[in-house]
Design a protein around this ligand. Structure first.
Ligand SMILES: Cc1cc2nc3c(=O)[nH]c(=O)nc-3n(C[C@H](O)[C@H](O)[C@H](O)COP(=O)(O)O)c2cc1C
Length: 388
């Protein structure tokens, strides 16, 4: 059993065990990958302010996200095709999150369906919605999420059109993988993944196949989804979806203060400052750089969360101290899942929790609420002086 001490350890094992097509799918950004890279390198620019001789007993990372108690304010982000990273991946990740006491967000583009995850867990999870042209399908999805007692709807706003990731095109990404010669050669070296997949509950998009007319097999699915994202989505439509849902709504993909104000005006319960992990607009600024201006605009009126680039508890601490009330990890949990299944997601959460707890202590803080900007050393001009 390898000794896992950080998220990079999980990533190394994940890479070894996972078919190239799915590793590349997770470990890529769009076009030049500038935004993907800066999501992590911008976190590195911020330093922590070490304090000493502060009583550090009785510490806790417990907090709340949208009124829900969490062991630490780190949710699992919606990640499409998680069930291709590891057999029954969504079920395993959801179970690990439930046991750890953090929210799990199921993607519309998941392999396990809403019902599969609901049947395998005992506490409500969150459902992420992509708005599609087929409004009947969207209404049915919303109803299915209600029936499954999902406790929040996360509406993703930054994917009305798909950003291009070169490797996905070159690898012919699909679920399940098409058996071309290069794919078969690669799969031959990933036997533990393959054995797991033989008994997987599903190997195609579980929220779509069987729920959309004319899509009974997966061959037409790629084209269907690419065509289906709704390019006409606007704030009026978002308000209508919020009304249809009737529960808590989190708007994901906000990177601009003006959009944050619009999200507030449609009554979002929380927003996620996010650039989709650098997978959509290449050249957009990193989430951590965008956070201060968004907090200035709406931070006292709506709960502001952040994702994109979090690989450690120190990153979580930086986002929280900057003013975010919650954070999400995408790739960091996928690495764990691909490396060691449910146990790997648990390990990823444990690693981040330990790093967060110890870093808090060494900054002289005992509670999440005590994390404020004075914990950070932020380089001058960090937010950038951009000319619009
Ligand atoms: C492989 C992969 C698939 C993703 N699929 C979705 C998705 O289906 N829906 C969504 O809203 N975001 C999706 N995202 C974006 C994540 O929710 C999240 O914003 C991003 O992963 C955060 O960045 P990080 O990976 O650096 O933590 C995906 C991200 C990755 C890496």
């Amino acid at each position: 059993m390898p000794v896992i001490t950080n998220i990079d350890d999980l990533k190394r094992i994940y890479r070894r065990k996972t078919p190239k097509m799915f590793y590349d799918y997770a470990e890529s950004g769009s076009w030049t990958e500038q935004t993907f890279r800066e999501n992590t390198s911008d976190f590195d620019q911020i330093r922590l302010r070490q304090r000493v001789a502060v009583d550090m007993t009785g510490r806790s990372t417990a907090s709340q996200m949208i009124g829900q108690d969490v062991t630490m304010p780190v949710a699992l982000a919606p990640v499409g095709m998680t069930g291709m990273q590891c057999a029954d991946g969504e079920i395993k990740a959801a179970r690990a999150a439930e046991r750890f006491g953090v929210p799990f967000t199921l993607s519309t583009m998941s392999i396990n369906s809403i019902e599969d995850v609901a049947g395998a867990t005992s506490k409500p999870f969150w459902f992420q919605l992509y708005t599609m042209k087929d409004t009947d399908y969207v209404s049915r999805l919303i109803q299915r999420a209600k029936d499954a007692k999902c406790s929040a709807l996360v509406i993703t706003l930054d994917l009305q059109i798909l950003g291009q990731r070169h490797k996905d095109l070159k690898n012919g990404l699909s679920a399940p993988p098409k058996l071309t010669i290069p794919t078969m050669i690669n799969l031959a070296t990933k036997w533990s993944w393959g054995i797991g997949m033989l008994s997987a509950k599903r190997r195609h998009f579980g929220n779509i196949v069987g729920h959309v007319k004319g899509i009974s097999d997966t061959s037409s699915l790629g084209a269907w989804t690419a065509e289906q994202f709704d390019p006409s989505l606007d704030w009026g439509k978002i308000a209508k979806i919020k009304e249809e849902w009737g529960g808590k709504v989190i708007l994901k993909g906000i990177l601009d203060a003006e959009d944050a104000k619009m999200a507030l005006s449609v009554g979002a319960d929380a927003i996620i400052v996010s650039n989709h992990g650098g997978r959509q607009l290449d050249g957009a600024i990193s989430s951590i750089r965008a956070l201060p201006s968004i907090l200035d605009a709406v931070g006292d009126k709506v709960e502001v969360h952040l994702d994109s680039g979090i690989r450690s508890g120190q990153d979580v601490l930086k986002a929280l101290a900057m003013g975010a009330k919650g954070t999400y990890i995408g790739r960091a949990f996928v690495y764990g899942l691909g490396a060691m299944g449910q146990e790997g997601v648990k390990t990823a959460l444990e690693v981040i929790h330990k790093e967060l707890d110890i870093s808090m202590a060494l900054c002289g803080k005992r509670r999440i609420e005590e994390l404020t900007r004075d914990v950070l050393l932020v380089p001058e001009g960090f937010e950038g002086r951009w000319q619009a």
